[in-house]
Every structure is written in C-alpha cells, then in structure tokens.
Design a protein around this ligand. Structure first.
Ligand SMILES: [Zn+2]
Length: 334
C-alpha cells in the first residue's frame, strides 16, 4: 500500500476525531440549555482547579494539602452533577466523547503502536477499490462456488472430468493463497477456452488475498497496455495515470486477464516483458489468464524472450464446455 493512501486514511481519522469533539460540544450545550445548573457546576469545577493552581504557586510547600482539598471539592461537585444528570435521565454516554472505534479512539493505531483492526479494514477497503474488482466480487465469491455446474463426464483428451479438474485447480489455488507470502517464484497461468471458470478462479484468489490485506490489481491485458500508453505518451504527470502504472509493478498480486487478445507489437512486447520480469525479480506474484494455448502464447510473445519468464508460471488448463451457455440454457428451462 502506498504511503499517500495511508496518509489519506489517517487524515480521515483526524476528521472523525474532530467530528467526535464537535458532537460532544453540541451535546454539552444541549445539557446546559436544559439544565442550567449543570453549567454552573462545570464552571465551578473549572474555578476550583484554577484557584488550586494559583494557591500552589504561592505556597509550593503546601502543594499536597491544597491538591487534596480541591480534589475533595471537585468530587463533591461531580457527585452533585451526577445526581442532577440521573434526575433528568441524561444517558451515561451523553457527556463522553463517542468514537467510531473505541479500541483506538479513532487514531488507527493502538497504544502499543500496532495497527488497529479498523485501520486494517480501511486499508483492505482501499485495496478493494483500487483492485477494479469490487463490483465483480460482490456478485461472485467463495460462497457462490458450486462445482456441480462442472460436468462429471470424463474428457477423453485429458482423461479427467471437468469437475475433477476444477477440484484439482481449486486445491492448487488454495495452496497458492496459503503460501502467498513465500518467496517461491510461483505464478499461475490459466489457459483454456472462454467460459470454463478462469475468471472465477482469478476472482476467488483475488478475494481471499484482498481479505488478508494484500493489494491485488486486476486488469485485462487490453486495459493494461492502455494504462502504459497513457502514462508513457500522453500524460505522465497525471497523478492517476502514474498511480495506475506504478501499481502494475508494485501490487502484491497482478492479475492480467485475457492476455493475447490485445494487439501485439514491439512496444507491447517489451512492456509486458519489463512488467513480468521486474515483478519476478522483486518476488511479486502474477496470474495470467488467456484463451490461448501455451504454444500459441510462445508464438505471440516470441518464445526466446519469454521462455525464461513463462518457466516461472505453473500452467493450468481449464477444460470442458462453455459454462456460460450451459447456465443460460439451465436458466431458460426454469
Ligand atoms: Zn480502531
């Protein structure tokens, strides 16, 4: 996560604390208007405190005695105040600061310097927004995984049914998620025809990692090259385009969807190479999803340059019939 994002979130915390202060001030004034005697008591408490300080300055030797005396007075006044508040049935919390998070009092950090859960959640929410996945993931997440939509019929070419294959892929993906922190050069390349569950699996991994607090960026290859062009040729000073560009290198997981559908030329080839190679060197992981077979990708992306990179990708084939059509037909029958 970028420093600027954390800074924005912390500014938001500051606003929350200001809001809490103002709300308390307002509630206090409410009480003063309803029960003027409370205001008198509060004023009196302040006066006792101030007088005590003056007297201590004059008679430093009597400090303890004076402190005790005013402390007793203040306790007395506070008891009176509490009785009045009870009498008028003012709720206990009404004259306390009310934070959104009581754990960190809207500071984001706990007394021991660790991030509060509310800050962790805010960072996750921010990652979700940046990932381009929020809307898609609302519809499709782990709870909607249902492997009965995959056929049990053995695919003669692969000797395995699409459902068995999907279960195998799921366990590979779970393992990828579980070992995500390991610097093991493990990247995934999903290939197979459209509608066999590649996007579903990408989203499954993305959601699991976003929820653990990683920054995951999802881009179609087409959009990714658009971002690069925008940054390099049009508007490199633009904050948003620079951010989008840098995220391709810096995010914890980059998911490139639909690789091979974009127009390849020497520019896209070298940019793709730079991104993938830099990520590999920095131990950052990538998932590529494509409708092409690995051999076709090799042709598209000049085998010689990419073989070393694609060596670091585990090739995972999705098999079966287009699920989207089967689902549509199933829905039509209902
Ligand atoms: Zn908190």
């Amino acid at each position: 996560m970028k420093d600027s994002t954390l800074r924005d979130i912390l500014i938001n915390y500051e606003r929350k604390r200001d809001k809490a202060d103002r709300a308390l001030e307002q509630r206090k004034n409410d009480v003063y208007n309803q029960i003027p005697k409370i205001k008198e008591i509060d004023d009196e408490i302040n006066k006792v405190g101030l007088e005590m300080m003056k007297l201590v300055l004059k008679n430093p030797a009597k400090r303890e005695e004076l402190c005790l005396e005013s402390k007793n007075k203040i306790n007395e006044l506070q008891n009176q105040k509490q009785q009045l508040l009870n009498q008028y049935e003012v709720p206990k919390w009404y004259l306390d600061l009310q934070y959104e998070c009581n754990m960190c009092k809207d500071r984001g950090f706990l007394a021991n310097g660790k991030k509060c859960n509310c800050l962790k959640q805010a960072l996750i929410n921010e990652s979700y927004k940046m990932s381009n996945l929020s809307r898609m993931l609302e519809k499709q997440n782990q709870s909607t995984y249902n492997d009965s939509i995959f056929s049990e019929e053995i695919d003669p070419k692969n000797g395995i049914s699409p459902r068995q294959n999907m279960q195998l892929i799921l366990s590979i993906c779970d393992d990828f998620i579980y070992n995500f922190d390991k610097d093991d050069d493990r990247n995934l390349l999903f290939y197979g025809d459209t509608g066999l569950g590649k996007t579903f699996m990408s989203n499954y991994i993305a959601k699991s990692l976003l929820d653990k607090g990683y920054l995951v960026i999802y881009q179609t290859a087409f959009k990714m090259f658009e971002i690069i062009e925008e940054y390099k040729f049009r508007n490199s000073d633009n904050h948003i385009s620079r951010n989008d560009y840098e995220n391709l290198f810096e995010c914890d997981l980059l998911i490139i969807d639909d690789l091979g559908t974009e127009l390849t030329n020497s520019f896209t080839l070298s940019e793709l190479f730079i991104i993938l190679n830099t990520r590999l060197l920095n131990g950052k992981k990538t998932i590529i999803s494509t409708n092409n077979k690995p051999a076709q990708l090799g042709e598209l992306y000049s085998q010689r340059i990419f073989s070393r990179i694609f060596d670091k990708f585990q090739m995972i084939e999705f098999i079966g019939k287009d699920l989207r059509w089967e689902n549509k037909i199933a829905n039509m029958k209902k």
